[in-house]
Design a protein around this ligand. Sequence first.
Ligand code: ATP
Ligand code: LTN
Length: 328
Amino acid sequence: MKRMLSGIKPTGQLHLGNYIGALRNFVKYQDEYEMYAFIANLHCITIYQDPQTLKKNLRDCAALYLACGLDPNKAVIFQQSDVRAVSQLGWIMACNSYQGELNRQTQYKDKIAKGETGITVGLYAYPTLMASDILIYNSDYVPVGEDQKQHVELARDIAVRFNNRYGETFVVPEPVIAQVGARIMDLQDPTRKMSKSDNSDKGCIYLLDDPKRARKKIMSAVTDSVGIVQFDKENQPGVANLLQILSSLTQEPIDSIVKRFEGKGYGDFKKEVADAVEAELIKIQTEYNRILSEGILESVLKEGAEKANRTAEKTLRKVQKKIGVEIF
Ligand code: ATP
Ligand code: LTN
Protein backbone atom coordinates (compact mmCIF):
# COMPACT_ATOMS: atom_id res chain seq x y z
CA MET A 1 0.00 0.00 0.00
CA LYS A 2 1.36 3.42 -0.97
CA ARG A 3 1.94 5.88 1.84
CA MET A 4 0.38 9.32 2.03
CA LEU A 5 1.20 12.10 4.46
CA SER A 6 -0.15 15.51 5.24
CA GLY A 7 -0.37 18.05 8.02
CA ILE A 8 -2.23 21.16 9.03
CA LYS A 9 -0.71 24.10 10.82
CA PRO A 10 -3.33 25.28 13.32
CA THR A 11 -2.20 28.85 13.93
CA GLY A 12 -5.90 29.60 14.37
CA GLN A 13 -9.19 27.78 14.28
CA LEU A 14 -9.69 25.44 11.34
CA HIS A 15 -12.03 26.72 8.65
CA LEU A 16 -14.06 25.44 5.74
CA GLY A 17 -11.10 25.93 3.37
CA ASN A 18 -8.93 23.63 5.51
CA TYR A 19 -11.77 21.13 5.64
CA ILE A 20 -12.64 21.02 1.95
CA GLY A 21 -9.10 21.58 0.68
CA ALA A 22 -7.35 19.25 3.10
CA LEU A 23 -8.96 17.46 6.03
CA ARG A 24 -11.85 15.89 4.20
CA ASN A 25 -9.51 14.47 1.62
CA PHE A 26 -7.32 12.94 4.33
CA VAL A 27 -10.41 11.10 5.54
CA LYS A 28 -11.20 9.82 2.08
CA TYR A 29 -7.62 8.74 1.47
CA GLN A 30 -7.25 6.75 4.70
CA ASP A 31 -9.08 3.88 3.01
CA GLU A 32 -6.85 3.86 -0.06
CA TYR A 33 -3.45 4.62 1.43
CA GLU A 34 -1.40 4.17 4.53
CA MET A 35 -2.21 7.63 5.83
CA TYR A 36 0.01 9.69 8.13
CA ALA A 37 -1.90 12.77 9.33
CA PHE A 38 -0.19 15.10 11.74
CA ILE A 39 -0.58 18.45 13.44
CA ALA A 40 2.23 20.75 12.33
CA ASN A 41 2.71 22.43 15.70
CA LEU A 42 6.36 23.31 15.05
CA HIS A 43 5.38 25.13 11.87
CA CYS A 44 2.96 27.23 13.92
CA ILE A 45 5.70 28.98 15.85
CA THR A 46 7.48 30.50 12.87
CA ILE A 47 5.34 33.48 13.84
CA TYR A 48 4.82 34.32 17.52
CA GLN A 49 1.82 32.56 19.05
CA ASP A 50 0.28 33.24 22.40
CA PRO A 51 1.04 29.96 24.25
CA GLN A 52 -2.43 29.50 25.74
CA THR A 53 -4.20 30.20 22.47
CA LEU A 54 -1.82 27.93 20.59
CA LYS A 55 -2.48 25.09 23.01
CA LYS A 56 -6.23 25.47 22.55
CA ASN A 57 -5.93 25.59 18.76
CA LEU A 58 -3.79 22.45 18.76
CA ARG A 59 -6.23 20.57 20.92
CA ASP A 60 -9.17 21.68 18.79
CA CYS A 61 -7.32 20.71 15.64
CA ALA A 62 -6.57 17.22 16.96
CA ALA A 63 -10.19 16.80 18.06
CA LEU A 64 -11.38 18.03 14.66
CA TYR A 65 -9.14 15.53 12.88
CA LEU A 66 -11.11 12.80 14.61
CA ALA A 67 -14.45 14.60 14.39
CA CYS A 68 -14.10 14.94 10.63
CA GLY A 69 -13.59 11.20 10.35
CA LEU A 70 -9.90 10.38 10.65
CA ASP A 71 -9.81 6.96 12.24
CA PRO A 72 -6.87 6.02 14.50
CA ASN A 73 -7.33 2.40 13.44
CA LYS A 74 -6.65 3.33 9.84
CA ALA A 75 -4.45 6.45 9.97
CA VAL A 76 -1.39 7.38 12.02
CA ILE A 77 -2.45 10.58 13.82
CA PHE A 78 0.21 12.51 15.75
CA GLN A 79 1.82 15.82 16.64
CA GLN A 80 4.86 16.90 14.64
CA SER A 81 6.92 17.75 17.75
CA ASP A 82 6.44 14.29 19.25
CA VAL A 83 8.82 12.98 16.61
CA ARG A 84 12.18 14.52 17.54
CA ALA A 85 13.92 12.99 14.53
CA VAL A 86 11.96 15.37 12.29
CA SER A 87 13.79 18.39 13.65
CA GLN A 88 17.11 16.64 13.31
CA LEU A 89 16.44 15.66 9.70
CA GLY A 90 15.17 19.22 9.21
CA TRP A 91 18.70 20.46 9.85
CA ILE A 92 20.08 18.00 7.32
CA MET A 93 17.44 19.18 4.84
CA ALA A 94 18.56 22.77 5.42
CA CYS A 95 22.12 21.71 4.65
CA ASN A 96 20.92 20.20 1.37
CA SER A 97 18.89 23.12 0.10
CA TYR A 98 20.04 26.43 -1.25
CA GLN A 99 19.33 29.97 -0.20
CA GLY A 100 18.17 30.70 -3.75
CA GLU A 101 15.51 27.99 -3.46
CA LEU A 102 14.16 29.34 -0.21
CA ASN A 103 14.23 32.90 -1.59
CA ARG A 104 11.86 31.72 -4.33
CA GLN A 105 9.21 30.27 -2.00
CA THR A 106 6.13 32.45 -2.43
CA GLN A 107 5.14 32.48 1.22
CA TYR A 108 8.44 34.11 2.12
CA LYS A 109 8.69 36.18 -1.07
CA ASP A 110 5.23 37.71 -0.50
CA LYS A 111 6.17 38.82 2.98
CA ILE A 112 9.34 40.44 1.70
CA ALA A 113 7.39 42.10 -1.14
CA LYS A 114 4.94 43.54 1.40
CA GLY A 115 7.90 44.98 3.26
CA GLU A 116 7.24 42.93 6.38
CA THR A 117 9.94 43.03 8.99
CA GLY A 118 10.69 40.67 11.86
CA ILE A 119 10.65 37.60 9.61
CA THR A 120 12.15 34.76 11.63
CA VAL A 121 14.80 32.36 10.39
CA GLY A 122 12.20 29.68 11.16
CA LEU A 123 9.78 31.18 8.67
CA TYR A 124 12.49 31.36 6.04
CA ALA A 125 13.55 27.76 6.65
CA TYR A 126 9.93 26.56 6.96
CA PRO A 127 10.02 24.54 3.71
CA THR A 128 13.09 22.59 4.85
CA LEU A 129 11.28 21.36 7.96
CA MET A 130 8.32 20.53 5.76
CA ALA A 131 10.63 18.54 3.49
CA SER A 132 11.77 16.63 6.56
CA ASP A 133 8.14 15.86 7.49
CA ILE A 134 7.54 14.48 4.05
CA LEU A 135 10.76 12.55 3.46
CA ILE A 136 11.24 11.07 6.92
CA TYR A 137 8.11 8.91 6.58
CA ASN A 138 8.92 7.79 3.00
CA SER A 139 5.73 9.40 1.75
CA ASP A 140 4.66 8.61 -1.80
CA TYR A 141 1.89 11.20 -1.95
CA VAL A 142 1.26 14.50 -0.22
CA PRO A 143 -2.24 15.98 -0.54
CA VAL A 144 -2.16 19.76 -0.15
CA GLY A 145 -3.98 22.87 -1.25
CA GLU A 146 -2.60 24.70 -4.27
CA ASP A 147 -0.69 27.13 -2.05
CA GLN A 148 1.45 24.34 -0.62
CA LYS A 149 2.39 22.68 -3.89
CA GLN A 150 5.60 24.63 -4.19
CA HIS A 151 6.76 23.33 -0.82
CA VAL A 152 6.16 19.74 -1.86
CA GLU A 153 8.10 20.39 -5.04
CA LEU A 154 11.03 21.58 -2.98
CA ALA A 155 10.86 18.34 -0.97
CA ARG A 156 11.02 16.45 -4.27
CA ASP A 157 14.03 18.46 -5.42
CA ILE A 158 15.84 17.82 -2.15
CA ALA A 159 15.04 14.09 -2.34
CA VAL A 160 16.35 13.80 -5.89
CA ARG A 161 19.47 15.81 -5.05
CA PHE A 162 20.16 13.75 -1.95
CA ASN A 163 19.65 10.47 -3.79
CA ASN A 164 22.05 11.58 -6.51
CA ARG A 165 24.68 12.65 -4.02
CA TYR A 166 24.49 9.85 -1.49
CA GLY A 167 22.73 6.99 -3.28
CA GLU A 168 19.08 5.91 -3.22
CA THR A 169 17.69 7.01 0.14
CA PHE A 170 14.42 8.90 -0.10
CA VAL A 171 11.16 8.14 -1.82
CA VAL A 172 10.49 11.03 -4.22
CA PRO A 173 7.05 12.33 -3.16
CA GLU A 174 4.30 13.65 -5.37
CA PRO A 175 1.85 16.43 -4.49
CA VAL A 176 -1.84 15.58 -4.84
CA ILE A 177 -4.12 18.53 -5.52
CA ALA A 178 -7.88 18.05 -5.29
CA GLN A 179 -9.81 18.92 -8.46
CA VAL A 180 -12.65 20.74 -6.74
CA GLY A 181 -12.11 22.76 -3.60
CA ALA A 182 -8.34 23.17 -3.77
CA ARG A 183 -8.88 26.86 -3.21
CA ILE A 184 -11.96 27.97 -1.30
CA MET A 185 -12.20 31.73 -1.40
CA ASP A 186 -13.11 34.36 1.18
CA LEU A 187 -16.88 34.95 1.19
CA GLN A 188 -16.51 38.72 1.36
CA ASP A 189 -13.61 38.99 -1.07
CA PRO A 190 -13.74 35.98 -3.41
CA THR A 191 -10.50 36.97 -5.09
CA ARG A 192 -8.60 35.97 -1.92
CA LYS A 193 -8.40 32.54 -0.38
CA MET A 194 -10.40 31.80 2.73
CA SER A 195 -7.81 32.05 5.46
CA LYS A 196 -7.61 32.10 9.21
CA SER A 197 -4.72 34.52 9.03
CA ASP A 198 -5.69 37.76 7.48
CA ASN A 199 -9.24 38.22 6.24
CA SER A 200 -12.45 39.46 7.83
CA ASP A 201 -14.32 37.13 10.14
CA LYS A 202 -17.43 37.39 7.94
CA GLY A 203 -15.56 35.96 4.99
CA CYS A 204 -14.38 32.83 6.77
CA ILE A 205 -16.44 29.95 8.13
CA TYR A 206 -14.80 28.20 11.06
CA LEU A 207 -15.58 24.55 11.69
CA LEU A 208 -16.51 25.46 15.26
CA ASP A 209 -18.67 28.46 14.27
CA ASP A 210 -22.22 28.43 15.55
CA PRO A 211 -23.99 26.76 12.58
CA LYS A 212 -26.60 29.52 12.48
CA ARG A 213 -23.88 32.11 12.26
CA ALA A 214 -22.20 30.14 9.48
CA ARG A 215 -25.53 30.17 7.66
CA LYS A 216 -25.66 33.94 7.88
CA LYS A 217 -22.13 34.22 6.51
CA ILE A 218 -23.18 32.24 3.42
CA MET A 219 -26.38 34.25 2.97
CA SER A 220 -24.39 37.49 3.03
CA ALA A 221 -21.58 36.22 0.78
CA VAL A 222 -20.59 38.67 -1.95
CA THR A 223 -21.89 37.72 -5.41
CA ASP A 224 -22.35 39.92 -8.52
CA SER A 225 -24.94 41.62 -10.66
CA VAL A 226 -24.97 39.02 -13.45
CA GLY A 227 -27.75 37.08 -11.73
CA ILE A 228 -27.07 33.68 -13.32
CA VAL A 229 -25.81 30.68 -11.37
CA GLN A 230 -22.89 29.53 -13.51
CA PHE A 231 -19.24 28.63 -13.03
CA ASP A 232 -17.28 31.64 -14.21
CA LYS A 233 -14.35 32.18 -11.85
CA GLU A 234 -13.17 35.22 -13.75
CA ASN A 235 -16.36 37.28 -13.86
CA GLN A 236 -18.38 35.69 -11.04
CA PRO A 237 -15.81 34.61 -8.45
CA GLY A 238 -18.30 34.71 -5.57
CA VAL A 239 -20.84 32.41 -7.25
CA ALA A 240 -18.04 30.12 -8.49
CA ASN A 241 -16.79 29.82 -4.92
CA LEU A 242 -20.25 28.95 -3.57
CA LEU A 243 -20.62 26.38 -6.34
CA GLN A 244 -17.32 24.80 -5.31
CA ILE A 245 -18.39 24.71 -1.67
CA LEU A 246 -21.74 23.12 -2.47
CA SER A 247 -20.32 20.65 -4.93
CA SER A 248 -17.59 19.48 -2.61
CA LEU A 249 -19.94 19.09 0.36
CA THR A 250 -22.68 17.27 -1.53
CA GLN A 251 -20.54 15.50 -4.18
CA GLU A 252 -22.93 16.77 -6.84
CA PRO A 253 -20.97 17.85 -9.95
CA ILE A 254 -20.92 21.61 -10.56
CA ASP A 255 -22.55 21.16 -14.00
CA SER A 256 -25.50 19.42 -12.47
CA ILE A 257 -25.98 22.12 -9.80
CA VAL A 258 -25.81 24.79 -12.50
CA LYS A 259 -28.53 22.99 -14.49
CA ARG A 260 -30.80 22.76 -11.46
CA PHE A 261 -30.55 26.49 -10.87
CA GLU A 262 -31.27 27.54 -14.45
CA GLY A 263 -33.67 30.48 -14.34
CA LYS A 264 -33.48 30.74 -10.55
CA GLY A 265 -31.99 33.56 -8.48
CA TYR A 266 -29.09 33.76 -6.07
CA GLY A 267 -31.40 33.66 -3.02
CA ASP A 268 -32.48 30.05 -3.61
CA PHE A 269 -28.96 29.07 -4.50
CA LYS A 270 -27.43 30.58 -1.38
CA LYS A 271 -30.09 28.94 0.76
CA GLU A 272 -29.06 25.54 -0.54
CA VAL A 273 -25.38 26.25 0.09
CA ALA A 274 -26.24 27.49 3.59
CA ASP A 275 -28.23 24.31 4.29
CA ALA A 276 -25.32 22.13 3.23
CA VAL A 277 -22.78 24.08 5.30
CA GLU A 278 -25.03 24.17 8.36
CA ALA A 279 -25.68 20.42 8.21
CA GLU A 280 -21.97 19.66 7.81
CA LEU A 281 -20.99 21.84 10.78
CA ILE A 282 -23.63 20.26 12.99
CA LYS A 283 -22.35 16.81 12.09
CA ILE A 284 -18.72 17.75 12.79
CA GLN A 285 -19.46 19.59 16.03
CA THR A 286 -21.53 16.74 17.45
CA GLU A 287 -18.55 14.43 16.96
CA TYR A 288 -16.12 17.05 18.28
CA ASN A 289 -18.09 17.34 21.54
CA ARG A 290 -18.29 13.58 21.90
CA ILE A 291 -14.52 13.17 21.42
CA LEU A 292 -13.67 15.83 24.00
CA SER A 293 -16.13 14.47 26.53
CA GLU A 294 -14.77 10.94 26.13
CA GLY A 295 -11.20 12.19 26.66
CA ILE A 296 -9.63 9.93 24.02
CA LEU A 297 -7.37 12.52 22.44
CA GLU A 298 -4.25 11.96 24.50
CA SER A 299 -4.09 8.23 23.95
CA VAL A 300 -4.74 8.57 20.21
CA LEU A 301 -1.86 11.05 19.83
CA LYS A 302 0.46 8.93 21.98
CA GLU A 303 -0.16 5.84 19.94
CA GLY A 304 0.24 7.78 16.70
CA ALA A 305 3.54 9.26 17.90
CA GLU A 306 4.89 5.80 18.73
CA LYS A 307 4.17 4.51 15.24
CA ALA A 308 5.51 7.66 13.57
CA ASN A 309 8.69 7.54 15.65
CA ARG A 310 9.43 4.00 14.57
CA THR A 311 9.36 4.97 10.89
CA ALA A 312 11.19 8.27 11.41
CA GLU A 313 14.04 6.81 13.47
CA LYS A 314 14.81 4.28 10.75
CA THR A 315 15.03 6.97 8.07
CA LEU A 316 17.16 9.26 10.20
CA ARG A 317 19.67 6.49 10.99
CA LYS A 318 19.95 5.62 7.32
CA VAL A 319 20.48 9.27 6.35
CA GLN A 320 23.06 9.91 9.07
CA LYS A 321 25.03 6.87 7.95
CA LYS A 322 24.93 7.94 4.32
CA ILE A 323 26.19 11.45 4.97
CA GLY A 324 28.95 10.21 7.24
CA VAL A 325 28.04 11.91 10.50
CA GLU A 326 27.93 8.62 12.40
CA ILE A 327 31.24 7.02 13.37
CA PHE A 328 29.80 3.57 14.13
P1 ATP B 1 -4.27 29.85 6.31
O1 ATP B 1 -4.04 30.75 5.15
O2 ATP B 1 -5.70 29.72 6.66
O3 ATP B 1 -3.40 30.21 7.49
P2 ATP B 1 -2.51 27.82 5.36
O4 ATP B 1 -2.64 27.33 3.98
O5 ATP B 1 -1.43 28.80 5.59
O6 ATP B 1 -3.90 28.38 5.86
P3 ATP B 1 -2.92 25.45 6.95
O7 ATP B 1 -3.94 25.90 7.87
O8 ATP B 1 -1.88 24.57 7.52
O9 ATP B 1 -2.13 26.66 6.31
O10 ATP B 1 -3.61 24.70 5.76
C1 ATP B 1 -3.86 23.33 5.86
C2 ATP B 1 -4.26 22.82 4.53
O11 ATP B 1 -5.45 23.45 4.14
C3 ATP B 1 -3.24 23.07 3.43
O12 ATP B 1 -3.14 21.92 2.63
C4 ATP B 1 -3.82 24.22 2.66
O13 ATP B 1 -3.45 24.21 1.33
C5 ATP B 1 -5.32 23.97 2.84
N1 ATP B 1 -6.05 25.21 2.75
C6 ATP B 1 -5.89 26.30 3.51
N2 ATP B 1 -6.74 27.27 3.13
C7 ATP B 1 -7.45 26.76 2.09
C8 ATP B 1 -8.49 27.25 1.25
N3 ATP B 1 -8.97 28.47 1.41
N4 ATP B 1 -9.00 26.44 0.31
C9 ATP B 1 -8.54 25.19 0.14
N5 ATP B 1 -7.54 24.66 0.89
C10 ATP B 1 -7.01 25.43 1.85
N1 LTN C 1 3.00 23.83 5.50
C1 LTN C 1 1.73 23.18 5.61
C2 LTN C 1 1.64 22.28 6.80
C3 LTN C 1 2.64 21.20 6.71
C4 LTN C 1 2.60 20.10 5.79
C5 LTN C 1 3.78 19.35 6.06
C6 LTN C 1 1.69 19.68 4.81
C7 LTN C 1 3.77 21.08 7.43
N2 LTN C 1 4.44 19.98 7.06
C8 LTN C 1 4.06 18.19 5.32
C9 LTN C 1 2.01 18.52 4.08
C10 LTN C 1 3.19 17.80 4.35
C11 LTN C 1 0.67 24.25 5.67
O1 LTN C 1 0.92 25.34 6.04
N3 LTN C 1 -0.50 23.91 5.34
